[in-house]
Design a protein around this ligand. Structure first.
Ligand SMILES: *Cc1c(COP(=O)(O)O)cnc(C)c1O
Length: 459
């Protein structure tokens, strides 16, 4: 099929419905069409290079077109691309499950595969609910609700949306959702009335404990994004918060589900975020970084305790009736194995810790700019909250889309980043070099400066 760049642009607007995108505005602009990637860079169809400052939506680990990952994929495809896990097994899915059991914290050891983060969450929720039913459906018949945090994001399928707390995305679907109970999120920057970080932490934990005291017999599980609530705008949790959440879940017989979809595979400076607080969830969800950004794959891993509740004779109906057609796909699993091997061989986690320190120094320079209200960082996961007024923390109105302008200016300067509401997010490719991280920050600095010059209202 032959085509011109112009035709590609036209067909993109004519045939492709983009995710999370108001297509009416989208078709009025020139689309960014990516053709190639190499290392930390993406290249569009005109050959223009961009630093991949969003890791191609938080997935890329070793850089684009990594020779070793490429050959792992070639090697596997010469054998087979796909066969099913329903009633049969395959080699890469076995080896990967064993590897995941080894690298995840504590006694997490039973891997259920799927293909998107949302599916990994759906699976976790269904497992958590059925777990209590399988143990004692009389005693636990009321255990059917879930707790999650304000502003939580766990994906876009209906179950994942049900435990989500992002009003903007989820409001319209309210009538379709099952019930969740929200607890406050420790969003220190915007909880002045509560106090400092420690006081915010105590306040949120107290609310959780009060809830558990009265409601725990109705609650199957609590789901949380450990350390950082990503899609909410990189809300970083106070130290010790997650550990206390774990303690409360244990004390009140509620399963703890850690959604490591965004934070897993090194992003926050440890392989998994919950390691930083020695937390071992009952169920853990993984996706984004699992294949290094190569293939759609997700996994839900559980402890033996959870898994064992599903064992029984067929007539006991303890089976977990769930599965997706591409569950355990060989191409995806083989690339995930290689991704993890390379993380180990290249000592990437240690490298991330070193780079995160340097990154933090570069980032602090952004406070020179009057509209930078808050910089939040864990590892190579960063949110910069933009405010109109530093004192009042007032944000710009929808009629003053300065954050989007910053993003677009940065793009023209060769950096792709994204915004989440008033927050500029920086999620570099994990293998990005220190100079490239510095360059990212420089471009963001210049872009903010340039955007400010268009606004007279900045105080
Ligand atoms: C991205 C994300 C999901 C959803 O993953 P998809 O692959 O987009 O379905 C779930 N949870 C968290 C924390 C995420 O960041």
């Amino acid at each position: 099929m032959s085509y011109t760049n112009k035709q590609l642009e036209q067909w993109d607007k004519e045939y492709v419905w983009h995710p999370f995108t108001q297509m009416k505005s989208y078709i009025q602009n020139n689309p960014l069409i990516i053709e190639k990637g190499k290392g930390s860079y993406l290249f569009d169809i005109e050959g223009k290079a961009y630093l991949d400052g969003y890791a191609s939506l938080w997935v890329n680990v070793h850089g684009h077109s990594d020779p070793e990952l490429n050959s792992a994929l070639h090697e596997q495809i010469e054998k087979i691309a796909h066969s099913t896990l329903l009633g049969s097994a395959n080699v890469p899915s076995i080896l990967l499950a064993k590897k995941l059991a080894e690298i995840t914290p504590g006694n997490l050891s039973k891997v259920f595969y799927s293909d998107t983060g949302s599916a990994s969450v759906e699976i976790a929720l269904k497992i958590a609910y059925q777990y209590w039913q399988n143990i004692d459906s009389q005693k636990y018949k009321h255990k059917k609700k879930f707790i999650s945090l304000d502003e939580a994001y766990h994906g876009d399928t209906i179950g994942a949306v049900s435990v989500g707390g992002m009003d903007l995305f989820h409001r319209i679907f309210q009538p379709l959702l099952f019930e969740r109970i929200a607890i406050p999120s420790p969003y220190t920057y915007r909880m002045n009335e509560i106090g400092n970080e420690e006081e915010v932490k105590q306040y949120c934990l107290k609310r959780l404990e009060e809830l558990l005291q009265t409601e725990s017999e109705h609650i199957a599980g609590l789901i949380i994004e450990p350390l950082v609530q990503g899609a909410a705008g990189m809300i970083t949790q106070p130290h010790g918060f997650l550990k206390e959440v774990e303690r409360l879940c244990r004390a009140y017989d509620v399963l703890l589900i850690c959604d490591e979809v965004a934070v897993g595979f090194g992003r926050t400076g440890t392989l998994f975020a919950c390691e930083q607080e020695q937390v071992v969830p009952d169920i853990m969800c993984m996706a984004k970084g699992i294949t290094g950004g190569y293939m759609p794959l997700a996994a839900t891993i559980t402890s033996d305790k959870v898994y064992n509740a599903f064992l029984g004779n067929p007539e006991e109906h303890k089976t977990f009736y769930h599965g997706h057609t591409y569950t355990g796909n060989q191409l995806a699993c083989s690339i995930a194995i290689k991704n993890i091997e390379l993380i180990e061989q290249r000592e990437l986690v240690k490298d991330i810790q070193i780079k995160a320190k340097a990154f933090s120094q570069y980032l602090s320079k952004l406070y020179e700019l009057p509209i930078v209200g808050d910089i939040r960082q864990r590892g190579l996961m960063v949110g910069i909250e933009i405010v109109k007024n530093r004192k009042s923390k007032e944000t710009f109105s929808v009629h003053e889309p300065i954050v989007n302008q910053i993003i677009m200016i940065a793009r023209s300067k060769g950096l792709i980043i994204r915004e989440l509401g008033p927050v500029i997010t920086m999620m570099p490719v994990l293998a990005m070099k220190q100079e490239e991280l510095q360059q990212m920050v420089d471009i963001v600095y210049q872009s903010i400066e340039e955007a400010i010059s268009h606004y007279t209202s900045v105080q």
